[in-house]
Design a protein around this ligand. Structure first.
Ligand SMILES: [Fe+2]
Length: 426
């Protein structure tokens, strides 16, 4: 269905079918296109084009009602500067009959694109020596909270994709989204969730005090270069302390996101309980996003592989908190013990990039019968035998677990058991 709207009513997520006044007046070379970046929205609004024909079957429609109370766009108290508001125009929920016109990923991508414009502009200002404009970032953090609350998986998926040029900005948005989702899973108060979102956006602001050539250098840094880079938490802390008052957690995360639980991190070498919950959460989220990001010069680890490797780094993270993070992501790492819906225990032996919640597992124990069964591999799909939850090997098998685990992983799957099970891979 085609609908004509005023250009000023254009929103991210709309599919533009035609431009009123002819294509000579259009600032775009494409005839039909999805309005999916804040930059295009701004260009359109400044173009002098008076109206648009939008296709409701391929994108969202005009706003039917004012933003809901509590929205960052709702009231004058929360109003951001004009540029920020324009860039943050939220695609409104489509009406019931239009639902399905825009996917969760498209919606999340629109929020990331809009956030990126503001984060990049603010970071660039800081690189030029100007103060951090926290007011412009607060609505961005709130917008990410809304997006994560609506569909965390979509938001976490789209923030994994980063080009070389935008890495620092999108990484900041990704860490914000991960921290928000983690905080919600831990059932932290709403005010803390929002503050952690802002902390994620600003955690690497100190990198704006590091030469760009160093940040963009592909491959390994030399020791002196690494020393310069390692000053970014302190530089960020100094920048943020010099500006207007911020929630203490923002400063804490900025200074301590590279600390390690065993005290071997930087800049202060704090350990264990010396590190706040926010600092311990941020170090997990920061590393997880860095290693799972698609970069031009390195293969990203799959979420399952990343969580598995992170769990093997003894002393790096608060192990108990890392397990909670793994639960929040909903992806079971390779090597993790899981309980299947069929009340059997299994070890995850291979991730599944297409369906990360459905890895390949090696089944070895029948819980109701309390006995070991011939080990066999199967895909933990919804149709076959989905994962019910993560389990702790030590709790089930005590000190025997480490030996038992290597025996199971070293064991060849039993063909007879495998043949009897649907979805068998071996
Ligand atoms: Fe950092």
């Amino acid at each position: 269905m085609l609908v004509t709207i005023k250009t000023e009513d254009a929103r991210l997520g709309m599919f533009v079918h035609a431009v009123k006044g002819g294509w000579m007046a259009s600032p775009f070379w494409r005839r039909h296109f999805m309005l999916d970046t804040a930059a295009d929205l701004k260009k359109l609004r400044e173009s002098g084009v008076v109206g648009l024909v939008i296709d409701l079957s391929r994108g969202i429609g005009p706003a039917a009602a004012p933003p809901a109370p509590g929205s960052v766009l709702a009231g004058p108290d929360d109003a951001a500067p004009d540029a920020g508001l324009a860039a943050l125009d939220e695609p409104h929920l489509p009406s019931r009959r239009r639902r399905g016109a825009i996917s969760p990923e498209q919606r999340a991508q629109a929020v990331v694109d809009a956030s990126k414009v503001i984060v990049q502009a603010m970071f660039d200002e800081v690189r030029l020596g100007r103060a951090v404009d926290v007011q412009a970032l607060t609505p961005v953090a709130e917008q990410i909270v809304e997006s994560v609350t609506r569909d965390a998986a979509a938001m976490l998926n789209v923030t994994r994709l980063k080009s070389k040029d935008e890495y620092t900005y999108v990484h900041s948005i990704a860490v914000a989204a991960l921290l928000i989702h983690f905080a919600q899973t831990l059932k932290l108060p709403d005010a803390d969730v929002s503050a952690l979102g802002l902390a994620g956006l600003l955690h690497d602001i100190g990198k704006m005090g590091v030469p760009k050539a160093l940040l963009d250098k592909p491959g390994k840094l030399e020791p002196p270069e690494m020393a310069v880079l390692r000053h970014h938490p302190e530089k960020g802390y100094a920048l943020l302390s010099a500006g207007r008052a911020l929630p203490p957690v923002v400063l804490d995360v900025c200074l301590h996101h590279h600390e390690r639980y065993d005290g071997r991190g930087y800049p202060e070498g704090l350990r264990g309980d010396q590190l706040s919950l926010a600092a311990r959460m941020s170090s997990i989220c920061d590393v997880y996003d860095a290693v799972t990001s698609q970069r031009p010069y390195k293969r990203p680890w799959s979420p399952s592989e990343a969580l598995s490797r992170m769990r093997s780094w003894s002393g790096h993270f608060d192990a108990e908190l890392l397990d909670r993070f793994i639960e929040s992501i909903g992806i079971h790492p390779v090597g993790g013990l899981v309980r299947l819906q069929s009340s059997r225990l299994a070890i995850v032996i291979e991730g599944n990039d297409r369906e990360p919640t459905q890895p390949i597992v090696r089944v070895f124990y029948d819980i109701p019968a309390q006995r070991f069964i011939p080990a066999h591999d199967l895909a933990a799909t919804i149709a076959d035998d989905p994962i019910h939850r993560a389990e702790c090997g030590q709790r089930w098998f005590g000190d025997r677990w480490t030996t038992l685990e290597s025996e199971i992983l070293g064991e060849r799957p039993a063909p007879s058991a495998a043949a009897m099970s649907k979805g068998v891979l071996s």
